[in-house]
Design a protein around this ligand. Sequence first.
Ligand code: FES
Length: 190
Amino acid sequence: MLTREKNELLTRVGPGQPAGELLRRYWHPVCPVQELSSEQPTRFVRILGEDLVLFLDKSGRAGLIQDHCSNRGASLLYGRVEERGIACAYHGWLYDTQGSCLETPAEPADSNFYLTVRIRAYPVQRFVGLYWAYLGPEPAPVIPKYDVWVRKDGRRDITVHPRLDCNWLHPQPRRGERATTSSEPDPDGL
Ligand code: FES
């Protein structure tokens, strides 16, 4: 039986927590590729205690940024994707996949204010039919190409569980809830 202190040490995964800092050294799968598209270009992601938005811009780039806009805090989940990034639904501030602000439409035309604005953004990679995120310090490691992930002589299933109300160490599916499994052809061809 874990002591309360050890349980806290292992299960607190926000920024600055020991377990959070350790888990930030790894890539984490955050969304099946099929669940992000031009029809559904944004998804809310809660990982390692951070509320984030995964989006696909109209140039096909995936980004993972903080949920709340740095202007008045509107959720970027409801943003409008454009060629260069995602524009906040409230006052239109436009962010790219790196978290740089590219436009602040209400400012005077000659204003460089947008250059001073940045939001949290994390690297995203597409691999074996999933989007992966890395929330740790740069440089990001390479996603390991384990043989069972990249071999071509079988079928790959991706199973998505409903949200679990628990920490990462004690997953318990809620009674009556079922995971969904997809065995469609791998969109990455790996
Ligand atoms: S709250 Fe996002 S632009 Fe104002």
